[in-house]
Design a binder for this molecule. Structure first.
Ligand code: AMP
Length: 593
């Protein structure tokens, strides 16, 4: 297939406001794509040349790319500036300018040819690399047509956001095979263990749905992490768990560690490779873990050498940084409490009951257990006995400055990507009526008024994730809890994510439409006083036909946050890691009691 043909699909996807139509277009694209190119098509659809958890670094600022296009197409800089001013978008600017000129020697490049060149952008480094990159862009600009150039401008500048989630892609795989979504669940189960969409697409193309059953955990491909359910009382925990263990709940950040003789990599909950940020953990693993091949999980938390206690989340989180890492390693040393093992020396362990995995973890990692000495430790556990004991363990954890406790069922498998009662979190209640914060996706914002007009942003529309429909539904507009710097940061982050139309994954009442739509990317942790019901928010809202049958009216109002305020910007979470609508429903029920 040519890159031009692929661009026609990109264009159709970009234009449709309907998630279902998007699924159909993607399925049509996968049908006409052959097995050799489908992995490349999948990475390109995501604006990359590698699976998303690898993050392709094109190292191309907009300025360098623009300069290359201008010189390759011999466009006047003034003319470029004029069109850019009018369009406000690099992709369509370059498309328009490319369309207005004829280039001698224009050829039609295949997807593979274009992919190779884009891939090369991520590989060249060192002196002279900028010139090589510019020459690649010049070559592409001269060979490809106007529409293709729109997308070529967007991929290396990380601005190609076609507006679907990985779930839409999985639906499209099913659609390609059956004309419906019947296989989605089966495909999704494999995706949670191995979220390399390119590999999944290629396998389906080559071997059909049966081929997927052979895909298991692979070292250095992060497994989507299992999540915990929350319960608000010990009685409810006892109802759900017959036999289980209690562990402290550390308030740090989760890491999934992949390690063999040659390499160690650390992945965040959002599946980002964060190895470079935590050299102390890497050194600890290489020193303390002797297994040949292992995937394990744990929580990293800041350790206070002076007091021998743990640091609050706000301090631990300072370790998440790109620069001055070595200074912070000394200032805020980390301890990693390993709590699960998913893979060992070629053996997939995720289906094994928790109790077996824990025994294996204990026998595989031999550490002294001295928190003053080791970086890697094993999370201590207690057998769950009765409700009184759960309360005592809980109080004990709180008194040590921890967040609460985790209860894990003995017989529970590791369920990648799933939130279930095999793991239950029991956290301290706060003074507000809602026990917990809510992670929301930024869906758009309104221009600021008064002082905020200086920031360009005044209120942020946020929503939660409805897993069933794969859509984001609104719960609040938030305008407090942000410092001036945070307003500025939110404005800056939003600028590259602006969307002229409502993204297909958003469900929003017209009355709530923001001045500017923001594509799904930024997750905020929000605290609120209470969950209330509201007819203008779409979270959990049900509509029915009006009596006249001409339109719709609210049957059941949605959920809304009362007095929402920002607690933190959650760089570690992906949009679909936002709190789910089901959790909001449960929190509403819990709050009423
Ligand atoms: P939450 O982020 O409130 O949904 O709680 C779940 C998170 O608690 C997990 O993703 C881990 O990062 C963290 N956590 C802390 N201690 C443990 C533990 N012992 N077992 C599992 N998860 C833990």
């Amino acid at each position: 297939m040519t890159f031009h043909e692929l661009s026609l699909f990109f264009d159709r996807i970009e234009k449709t406001p309907s998630r279902l139509t998007m699924t159909e277009i993607l399925a049509e694209l996968f049908t006409v794509t052959n097995a050799q190119e489908i992995d490349k098509v999948l990475y390109l659809l995501q604006g990359s040349v590698v699976p998303l958890y690898k993050k392709a670094d094109f190292g191309m600022a907009e300025k360098l790319l623009t300069k290359a296009f201008i010189s390759g197409l011999q466009i006047d800089k003034k003319q470029f500036d004029q069109v850019y001013q009018k369009n406000g978008d690099l992709g369509t600017t370059i498309e328009e300018l490319r369309g207005s000129i004829t280039v001698i020697g224009e050829s039609d490049l295949s997807i593979e040819e274009v992919f190779e060149k884009l891939y090369k952008l991520t590989q060249v480094t060192g002196t002279g690399s900028q010139d090589i990159k510019a020459s690649i862009i010049i070559e592409l600009a001269q060979s490809l047509d106007a529409l293709s150039c729109r997308f070529i401008a967007r991929i290396p500048t990380n601005t190609l956001r076609l507006g679907f989630s990985d779930m839409t892609i999985l639906d499209a795989f099913s659609w390609m095979l059956t004309g419906g979504k019947t296989l989605r669940k089966q495909i999704e189960e494999v995706y949670q263990v191995n979220p390399d969409l390119g590999l999944l697409g290629k396998t389906i193309k080559e071997k059909g749905i049966e081929g997927l059953s052979k895909i298991g955990p692979v070292l250095f491909t992060p497994i989507i992490m299992m999540k915990a359910e929350r319960l608000a009382s010990v009685e409810k925990i006892m109802e759900k768990v017959e036999r289980g263990i209690i562990e402290p709940k550390y308030d740090g950040f989760r890491l999934q560690i992949h390690h063999n003789k040659h390499d160690t990599k650390l992945y965040s909950r959002g599946l980002d490779d964060v190895t470079h940020m935590y050299p102390d953990i890497v050194a600890g693993i290489e020193k303390e873990v002797t297994a040949k091949e292992i995937i394990l999980e744990g929580e990293a938390i800041g350790y206070d050498i002076q007091t021998g206690g743990f640091l609050p989340f706000q301090e631990t989180v300072q370790r998440k940084r790109k620069y001055n890492i070595s200074e912070k390693v000394v200032e805020i040393p980390l301890r990693l409490f390993a709590f699960d093992i998913l893979y060992l020396n070629g053996q997939n362990l995720i289906h094994k009951p928790h109790i077996e995995r824990r025994l294996l973890l204990n026998s595989t990692i031999k550490v002294s257990g001295d928190v003053a000495v080791d970086t890697i430790l094993i999370s201590p556990l207690q057998k769950m006995e009765n409700s009184h004991q759960i309360e005592i363990e809980f109080e004990d954890a709180i008194s040590k400055g921890l967040e609460g406790i985790m209860i894990k069922r003995d017989d529970g498998p590791y369920q990648p990507g799933a939130r279930g009662f095999n793991w239950i979190k029991y956290k301290r209640s706060y003074s507000s009526k809602i026990d917990d914060t809510i992670d929301c996706l930024v869906m758009g914002y309104d221009f600021g008024k008064g002082k905020r007009s200086g920031f360009g942003i005044g209120a942020i529309l946020v929503g939660v994730y409805d897993v069933k429909t794969d859509k984001f539904v609104t719960v609040a507009k938030i305008g407090t809890g942000l410092t001036d710097d945070e307003w500025r940061l939110m404005f800056k982050k939003s600028q590259v994510l602006k969307s002229s139309a409502k993204p297909a994954l958003y469900d929003c009442d017209d009355l709530m439409n923001p001045d500017v739509w923001v594509k799904p990317e930024i997750v905020l942790e929000i605290r609120a006083d209470e969950l209330t019901r509201s007819s203008i928010h779409t979270a959990g809202r049900l509509l029915k036909r009006t009596k006249s049958g001409g339109g719709f009216e609210v049957d059941v109002p949605g959920y809304a946050l009362r007095f929402p305020r920002l607690e933190a910007i959650r760089e570690d979470k992906r949009p679909t890691d936002a709190t789910s609508l089901t959790e909001v429903e449960e929190m509403y029920v819990a709050q009423k009691k």
